[in-house]
Design a protein around this ligand. Structure first.
Ligand SMILES: [Zn+2]
Length: 446
């Protein structure tokens, strides 16, 4: 989960067959359910959260070992690769541009480096008062709201140069600090937006300027891990997902500097692996089941963003995004909550799915934390998918969240295992086609 910084009909004549079918289902289901064993859950999590992976930062070499491990588990489970893929790993490239050098003049006076910030997605850029055909010029005047204008201009789809009045210099510097980080992108075409603090009396259409920016570009190859079980309805997909990256190395606390991410989100990845083995051991499902572990969730969700563009999101019937299920919820050990519960009927279906079970699913008890928007489900929800995160972590009081103390030893393995089983049970009516969650309205997900 990312930090704060920035949703039949049954003819009676068939009752006999249905009953026989249910008996078969119960017999097979109960026997197979036991394949989700706490011992195996423990082994998977111990590996994923071990110190050797150095906190699974998306840009680190160590994360590759974890990706290979997950891919091997998918293979052992008997999953198939996604259509058009030759590997369980879904590789993609992310580009990172950092502004390194600014050269420029306004009316012959050099522009100081701390009078400029922006997003530039090319090796270099040169904008002058003579070549305004390549970009639009905007101004942020003394009576404008800096935040309001900034929010509007920074979303511009045209290359934009913004001249900022000097009265905004204090807030300009705060935004500059934030924007001194590299600009990252999956895309090849992007919109450059540059903000320049200008002297009093500057007139964009009269004064002469010449602005040159040089960037340093880095590229990283990242990987999601994906696999599937073919269903009879191959164009209806039930997706199980969890992010496998974490935040890497942090400031040392008592000589420990590795943020192991056992709960965030080793617990979710453990669930995906166990669910893959479990569902693959059952007869051919009605709907196809996709399993995905995403990279770079902690860096802004680039893995799920890439994934969402490799398939038709209209075919995804439901997304079970599993986030931090290694510690019991405040409401008790046999319960899990669902983010964005009211945004589709997904949560209600899960709540209704286990009337005979002691395990319950209920709405996210921390609406003020905006958790619906803080994991990979958001990317798919924006495309209309009933995409929700399932979690159990007491996030308001958890001392280990995004700390080096998020270790294997802090995980309640019995709770983790029973939560994986409960998710497996709760998903059955959607996988069988008996239930179909309503879609999320993309307009309500920013
Ligand atoms: Zn996190």
């Amino acid at each position: 989960m990312i930090s704060y910084s920035r949703s039949t009909k049954t003819p009676t004549g068939f009752l006999f067959l249905v009953t026989v079918g249910m008996l078969y289902f119960l017999a097979a289901g109960c026997a197979k359910d036991s394949t989700i064993e706490v011992q195996k859950t423990s082994e998977i999590l111990a590996f994923i959260a071990s110190d050797q992976h150095k906190g699974r930062h998306a840009f680190s070499p160590e994360i590759k070992v974890v990706e290979a491990y997950i891919a091997n588990e998918f293979k052992k489970a008997g999953l198939k690769k996604l259509p058009t893929y030759k590997s369980f790993q879904q590789d993609f490239t992310i580009s990172e541009y950092q502004i390194r050098d600014v050269r420029g003049t306004i009316n012959g006076t050099f522009i100081q480096e701390d009078h400029l910030f922006g997003r530039v997605y090319s090796d270099s850029l040169r904008w002058t008062s003579k070549n305004t055909a390549y970009y639009q010029v905007q101004t942020l005047g003394p009576t404008d709201s800096f935040r309001g204008r900034f929010n509007e201009l920074s979303r511009s789809t045209d290359a934009t140069l913004v001249f900022v009045h000097s009265s905004h210099s204090d807030i300009f510097r705060r935004y500059q600090q934030y924007y001194s980080r590299p600009s990252r992108t999956l895309k090849t075409v992007n919109t450059d937006v540059v903000f320049v603090l200008v002297p009093d009396g500057f007139q964009a259409n009269e004064d002469i300027y010449d602005l040159q920016i040089y960037t340093e570009k880095k590229q990283f190859t990242l990987a999601n891990v994906t696999g599937q079980i073919h269903g009879r309805r191959s164009d209806e997909i039930v997706l199980f997902s969890a992010h496998h990256d974490h935040i890497g190395i942090r400031t040392a606390v008592e000589a420990d500097s590795i943020a192991n991410g056992a709960n965030d989100n080793g617990s979710g990845v453990t669930a995906i692996i166990q669910l893959a083995h479990y569902f693959a051991s059952l007869p051919t499902p009605e709907r196809s089941i996709y399993f995905a572990t995403f990279t770079a969730e902690e860096m802004g969700g680039y893995g799920s963003e890439y994934f969402s563009k490799q398939l038709n999101p209209d075919q995804i019937v439901a997304m079970f995004n599993i986030e931090m299920i290694g510690k019991p919820a405040v409401s008790g050990p046999n319960s899990a909550w669902i983010t964005g519960y009211e945004r589709s009927s997904f949560g209600q279906i899960l709540s209704n799915s286990t009337p005979d079970s002691i395990y319950t699913f209920y709405p996210d008890p921390y609406p003020n934390q905006n958790l619906f928007f803080r994991s990979d489900n958001r990317t798919l929800a924006r495309l209309g998918v009933p995409a929700h995160s399932i979690s159990t972590t007491p996030i308001d009081v958890d001392q280990d969240y995004h700390q080096v103390s998020d270790e294997f030893d802090t995980i309640n393995l019995n709770h983790l295992n029973s939560t994986i089983k409960a998710i497996a049970r709760a998903a059955k009516s959607i996988i069988s086609g008996a239930d179909t969650p309503t879609r999320i309205d993309p307009e309500t997900v920013n």
